[in-house]
Design a protein around this ligand. Structure first.
Ligand code: ZN
Length: 122
């Protein structure tokens, strides 16, 4: 059998799903394009390149996770670690939504009106 590239080994291990939100990264082209590898424990915190420390992540979860590591991470089992990180990502997503959603909706409404006015002028 041909040798598999290390990053693909990780995608296969995770079933091509984001380990944080469960998104199926093979579901469509846009989702596929947002596939990333994440170091569960960042290298800056002593994380290595082992297959257990690297996981499949969508870019949104990876961005929301940032440099987060749970307190006491060094003594945690992988599943507990991932649960802590999922909780963090969920809270971050709520924070970002609350902060930016009203602004992005406002922007969309303004753009919609601008395009409408433009069409009426044509
Ligand atoms: Zn995700």
């Amino acid at each position: 059998m041909a040798k598999i590239e290390p990053y693909r080994e990780i995608y296969i291990k995770d079933g091509y799903r984001c380990v944080y939100c469960g998104r199926d990264m093979l579901s469509d082209f846009d989702t596929w394009m947002s596939i990333e590898l994440d170091h569960v424990i960042p290298k800056a915190e002593g994380g290595d390149d082992s297959i257990t420390n690297r996981v499949t992540s969508c870019n949104l979860c990876n961005k929301l996770k940032g440099a987060f590591v749970p307190e006491g991470f060094a003594k945690m089992e992988q599943q507990e670690l991932l649960e802590e990180i999922r909780g963090w990502i969920f809270k971050e997503s709520l924070k970002w939504r609350a902060k930016y959603y009203p602004a992005t909706e406002q922007f969309r409404v303004e753009e919609f009106r601008r395009l409408q006015a433009q069409q009426e002028d044509d």
